[in-house]
Design a protein around this ligand. Structure first.
Ligand SMILES: NC(=O)c1ccc[n+]([C@@H]2O[C@H](COP(=O)([O-])OP(=O)(O)OC[C@H]3O[C@@H](n4cnc5c(N)ncnc54)[C@H](O)[C@@H]3O)[C@@H](O)[C@H]2O)c1
Length: 505
């Protein structure tokens, strides 16, 4: 039988102790503040009582819980998970004290979300016995556990932490130590690229959120998510990434975050962040339903390009009743390939995918730009863009076309990838950097982002659906037009695209 210690009986500690007791481990819960210990133990008991009622655990589950008032009482533990406040010095002191209180073989785990596990391990008497166990909030409900291997961790402690996590019913992924470990690191571009799009005024925060929800199937857009987490909290995390990476351009904090935090617009908790929150918590209108695909007149369309998106669009257009022609006279031309078509037929309104180039950089006078990502079954929204010279009839033709295919449309400003293409390409790019640097496996990245951050699909699965050529086109387009290092493609991504392989291979 495993004897588990949990230190810190707050939100995370109480949740972790509930998991231990539910798994039938003798669970010793400690907090130096007596009221906090009592409150935490009560939360564990009521959480377990709910699970007893649902038949998830036996009626005796709560008997496995033992609140203890001193660290010395943790002596019999084989594994201690620390969930004390997120302060490096406090945690380092704790690791020193736990090394004295417990036996030589004890595995010491930290639930830190941002402090390098390697630096905490060096404060323990036996650094090789230290590991990260990063649970997600609330631990009893979130299905994921990220086990973090510090530079000093032995295989034995990583395996032990993994076994205990599995016994608690978690999907366990393994990550190397580093800024944000695997999940928070790979999830960073969601808010990071959102903030850049807002700063460049490609779209408003409401539009960016709507595009991510309807176009990408995300449960929430980046700005409503940042409001939920707390803008001050997000800003601190961004600063910590910046510091730990010595200024990696992809992870630079945004001046918008700094201003919002300085103004006290902290998000939901202060009643105002990017959105204003009503008394009932309301802050935005409900999303429009996509139009039903219409029975269209059989007009002739040239749908150009190779790859998953042009293929999927051709299928959708055919079933909506369009007559697809490779050449000859047509009434509409849609260039949907990741790279611009060399000579699209003239004489009809032209709609072009903004991937490798922005609409302005493509130089087709009068064309309408669009962007969307396959798989189309999950995409309900198409982004459109125009230049000041684009004629109204071309804009109307573009809207009519996409509405007839069953999409909501959203007009944004011009950029390679528009909004969703930029956000998702940077998610894929970050995943490729992390996999290439050995932070975690491709499967663990996808499991981490779907189970830990509720993304609709992992970045590797996104890249398989979109095609690496499309992802790389957007990144190189941004690199080319903005000359910023944050848009450099990960070496693994470029290599995989050149070899025609998946990031998984
Ligand atoms: N809340 C989250 O969403 C979340 C998610 C993942 C990881 N984490 C990490 O989990 C840890 C705990 O976070 P939380 O949200 O549960 O915080 P919390 O403030 O709810 O709980 C912290 C507890 O630690 C106790 N404590 C204070 N000083 C202590 C000491 N010297 N030794 C032991 N315990 C002490 C406090 O009394 C309190 O009960 C942090 O490292 C945090 O970064 C939090």
């Amino acid at each position: 039988m495993t004897v588990l210690g949990v230190v810190g009986a707050g939100t995370m500690g109480a949740g972790i102790a509930q998991l231990g007791a539910a798994a039938g481990m003798r669970t010793l819960l400690h907090d130096p503040i007596p009221e906090a210990l009592e409150r935490g133990a009560e939360r564990v008991r009521s959480g377990l009582a709910e699970w007893v009622e649902k038949g998830r655990v036996g009626a005796d589950a709560a008997t496995w819980l033992e609140p203890v008032s001193s660290l010395d009482e943790l002596a019999p533990c084989e594994l201690v998970i620390e969930a004390a406040p997120e302060r490096a010095e406090l945690k380092r002191d704790l690791f020193g004290a736990l090394s004295l209180a417990c036996g030589d073989d004890v595995v010491l785990a930290t639930n830190t979300s941002s402090i390098p596990v390697t630096s905490l391990a060096s404060a323990a008497a036996r650094p090789e016995n230290v590991v990260g166990m990063h649970f997600f909030n609330p631990p009893p409900l979130m299905p994921l556990l990220e086990v973090i291997r510090a530079d000093q961790s032995t295989d034995r402690v990583v395996e032990r932490a993994t076994e205990v996590g599995k016994a608690m019913g978690k999907h366990v992924i393994i990550a190397a130590d580093g800024p944000g470990f695997l999940v928070n690191r790979c999830g960073r571009p969601f808010s990071g690229e959102g903030l850049r799009l807002l700063q460049e005024r490609v779209a408003t925060h409401e539009q960016i959120d709507r595009i991510c929800r309807l176009g990408g199937g995300f449960r929430m857009g980046p700005f409503e998510l940042m409001d939920l987490v707390g803008i001050d909290v997000g800003f601190e995390v961004a600063k910590s990434f910046n510091e730990l990476s010595f200024g990696e351009p992809r992870w630079r904090p945004s001046p918008i975050q700094a201003r919002m935090a300085a103004a006290g617009r902290l998000g939901r908790k202060s009643g105002r962040g990017y959105y204003e929150y009503g008394e009932d918590g309301s802050y935005r209108p409900t999303d429009p339903n996509p139009p039903s695909p219409a029975d269209t007149e059989a007009i002739a369309v040239a749908l150009l390009g190779e790859g998953p998106l042009p293929d999927a669009l051709r299928e959708r257009a055919r079933s909506a009743g369009y007559e697809l022609r490779a050449g000859g006279p047509v009434e509409l031309v849609v260039d949907a390939g990741p790279q611009p078509h060399a000579s699209p037929p003239g004489g009809a309104p032209l709609i072009v995918l903004c991937a490798a180039r922005s609409l302005a950089a493509r130089g087709e006078q009068g064309a309408v730009g669009f962007h969307l990502l396959p798989p189309l079954d999950d995409a309900k929204l198409v982004e459109l863009t125009r230049l000041h010279i684009t004629q109204q009839f071309a804009c109307e033709a573009a809207e009519r076309f996409f509405v007839s295919l069953g999409f909501v449309t959203e007009w944004v400003e011009d950029a390679p990838g528009l909004v969703l293409g930029r956000v998702v390409s940077q998610l894929v790019n970050e995943a490729a950097f992390a996999i290439g640097e050995g932070v975690g496996s491709a499967d663990d990245v996808d499991t981490g982002l779907t189970l830990g951050l509720s993304h609709p699909r992992g970045p590797v699965a996104w890249s398989d659906a979109i095609g690496l050529e499309h992802v790389l086109a957007v990144l190189d387009g941004l690199w080319h037009e903005l000359h910023e290092e944050r848009y450099r493609a990960a070496p693994l991504l470029r290599r995989a695209a050149a070899l025609g392989r998946s990031l998984r291979a």
